[in-house]
Design a protein around this ligand. Structure first.
Ligand SMILES: [Zn+2]
Length: 142
């Protein structure tokens, strides 16, 4: 019997992100002052440094460009031991220069992968109520 896969535990700031993910929508926090996306949102806006950014979550396209990646071959988390090897991609999202998000590439560890490849958001249904954002090549023109 393997350990259960860990699931995210939303807090008040991340709850809208996980609620959108459960609907298979990627929604990111956007600063109410300068309109820049912040991932992850912090107490202050990393762009305009507003201390009262009033972040609100907005859906984004989920489309982006691979900037780097790594193949995870060992897991320190017992719940992920059965998942290795898997690929984590570092993706710059189309919505904003420098807006980068790391996620699992669902196409598998043997997929040919190059910097500059186009990907889109996809979702892993970890439990009936929890879906985790990831990425896939599927349906994305390069
Ligand atoms: Zn801002």
């Amino acid at each position: 019997m393997s350990a259960p896969r860990p699931v995210p535990v939303p807090d008040s700031q991340s709850a809208p992100y996980w609620e959108a993910s459960a609907r298979h929508t990627l929604a990111l926090a956007r600063c109410g002052r300068c309109a820049a996306f912040a991932l992850p949102p912090d107490v202050t806006c990393p762009h305009c440094h507003a201390t009262d950014p009033g972040f609100a979550y907005e859906p984004v396209s989920g489309r982006g460009t691979v900037r780097s990646w790594t193949v995870v071959r060992q897991s320190a988390l017992p719940g992920l031991v059965g998942e290795v090897p898997f690929v984590l991609v570092d993706v710059e999202l189309d919505e904003q220069a420098g807006l980068r998000m790391i996620g699992r590439l669902l196409d598998g560890p043997d997929s040919p992968l190059r910097v500059g490849d186009r990907v889109r958001a996809a979702f892993e249904d970890v439990t009936p109520n929890v879906s985790v954002p990831a990425f896939t090549f599927g349906g994305v023109a390069s």
